[in-house]
Design a protein around this ligand. Structure first.
Ligand SMILES: Nc1ncnc2c1ncn2[C@@H]1O[C@H](COP(=O)(O)OP(=O)(O)OP(=O)(O)O)[C@@H](O)[C@H]1O
Length: 455
């Protein structure tokens, strides 16, 4: 039994008898648990604050002859500060009343001394399992709950996520830019048995063709001139977890065949490596392009298409689910309110107005618009006038052409890219289209000039 982050479970023993602590620790370590003890339980709260603990074993009788009241006081303190940590009680006399009082104060179980090892281990295992189940429930809720939308189409996407998550099949998520493809990929991962392992995202549109293998499969020192040390690729980083291949439609044909080979054979070879490495990774891909059209035009391999598209989820554009706009706006405002401890609200007619606007950048554009409006207007109640300027961003300073010698070509390029990114709320596809270059070419320039932008 491992905790949420696949670290050993950590058990804290609170008992004033050091020999008891030592023998319990020996028993726990054999189970693969980490055990620490404190012989002075008054230090427990401070200790737990600095050392995350999964379960506490608390002796109710600290000094021989006490009636256990001191132990109950400590239990109360622990529960006050760390409600979610299960506490199992130990009592020397097996006094039922003391155990009952402890259970009333929030202990999850109790045992008597001398204890039976098997029974003790079984009791702790059960509590650790229950704790990890409730943590899983939180994750399940938070990742599905993060997908906002009451429209029928969003509800059926959520149902589908729940169905596909437990399988290991590849999933292709399609939809326009900013419709939530990454959010859905993350939810599938969080609801799958791989949730305790990494979720690794790779933007295939941003990786130059020549670096594909090194990025995805890694390389050995000396594999090529600039390979000064070994480097792990994304497949290795995602081992036992999920690899999210964003913009798979942007993958060059020569790289497509390399990706296909890994997906078929479940092995890859790092550049400069001599033997194949086994991989256990679930692949989820996303694209705003039509892969079937690309297959027809022979820009996407048909065999790879079937390999990555065992299950398919299509996300509608915001235009097709306008009824979700008020919900989304209120959700984004609520998130900001939580972060900034404010009480901003959106007026009814503004919600109606926002629902009628066009959002080529979909939810990302709506979110950016709401965030800018809330942060820049500094008002408590937001109306149409407050939102308008943030939806109608202008390409400023582009129309006037500078005189020779006023700016360099690089400075001009940086300014144009910044303007386009701002205008399209960080949407790379639209900004690249407006600038007349490909997405990968835009990524290269952003990297070259170290341009910061909000996506
Ligand atoms: N249904 C939703 N509820 C709440 N927030 C959402 C929803 N869909 C998307 N978002 C938010 O909108 C932004 C864009 O979403 P995301 O990055 O998942 O889109 P995408 O389709 O992967 O975009 P791209 O194709 O450009 O990579 C993110 O901040 C995300 O949290």
């Amino acid at each position: 039994m491992k905790s949420k982050y696949m670290q050993p479970n950590k058990i804290l023993i609170l008992d004033d008898d050091e020999t008891v602590c030592q023998s319990l620790r020996y028993l726990f370590v054999k189970q693969g648990w980490e055990a620490q003890w404190l012989t002075n339980p008054l230090n427990a709260v401070a200790f737990i604050e600095n050392n995350p603990i999964d379960l506490i074993l608390l002796d109710l009788n600290f000094r021989v002859g006490t009636d256990g009241k001191e132990g109950l006081g400590i239990l109360k303190e622990i529960k006050k500060h760390f409600k979610e940590i299960p506490v199992i009680l130990f009592t020397a006399w097996g006094s039922m009343q003391l155990a009952i009082d402890g259970m009333k104060l929030g202990a999850v179980d109790f045992l008597t001394k001398p204890w039976n090892n098997e029974h003790l281990v079984a009791t702790i295992t059960t509590q650790l399992q229950l704790k990890s189940k409730s943590e899983q429930k939180d994750i399940v809720h938070s990742s599905l709950d993060a997908i906002i939308g009451a429209s029928e189409v969003v509800q059926s996407v959520k149902d589908w996520i729940v169905k596909v998550a437990p399988t290991d099949a590849t999933v292709l998520i399609t939809g326009e830019s900013g419709t939530g493809k990454e959010l859905v990929a993350q939810a599938i991962h969080d609801l799958s048995h791989r949730k305790n392992h990494p979720f690794v995202k790779v933007n295939l549109g941003a990786i130059p063709e020549g670096l594909f293998e090194s990025e995805l499969f890694g390389h050995k020192k000396g594999a090529f001139t600039s390979a000064v040390s070994d480097r792990e690729g994304r497949f290795k980083l995602a081992e036992k977890g999920t690899l999210f291949l964003d913009e798979i439609g942007d993958l060059a044909l020569s790289s497509q065949v390399k990706l296909l080979r890994v997906l078929q054979e479940k092995t890859f070879e790092p550049l400069g490596g001599s033997k194949p490495v086994q991989t256990d990774v679930r692949v989820i891909s996303a694209t705003h392009k039509s892969l079937p059209d690309m297959v027809i035009h022979q820009t996407f391999r048909e065999d790879l298409f079937y390999r990555v598209n065992l299950l398919h989820i299509h996300l509608p554009s915001l235009h097709e689910r306008k009824e979700d706009i008020p919900l989304l706006v209120n959700y984004f405002v609520m998130q900001l309110n939580n972060n900034t401890k404010q009480q901003v609200r959106v007026e009814e007619h503004a919600l109606e107005w926002l629902s009628k606007q066009l959002y080529p950048g979909n939810i990302r554009q709506l979110k950016n618009c709401v965030e800018r409006t809330v942060l820049l207007s500094a008002k408590k109640s937001l109306g149409i006038k407050d939102f308008k300027p943030h939806l109608e961003a202008k390409l400023t300073g582009v129309a006037k052409f500078p005189k020779v010698g006023e700016v360099t070509l690089d400075e001009m390029e940086i300014q144009l890219i910044k303007n386009a990114l701002e205008f399209y709320s960080g949407n790379i596809t639209d900004a690249a289209r407006a600038l007349g270059i490909t997405r990968s070419s835009l990524y290269r320039r952003i990297e070259k000039h170290k341009i910061q932008y909000e996506s």
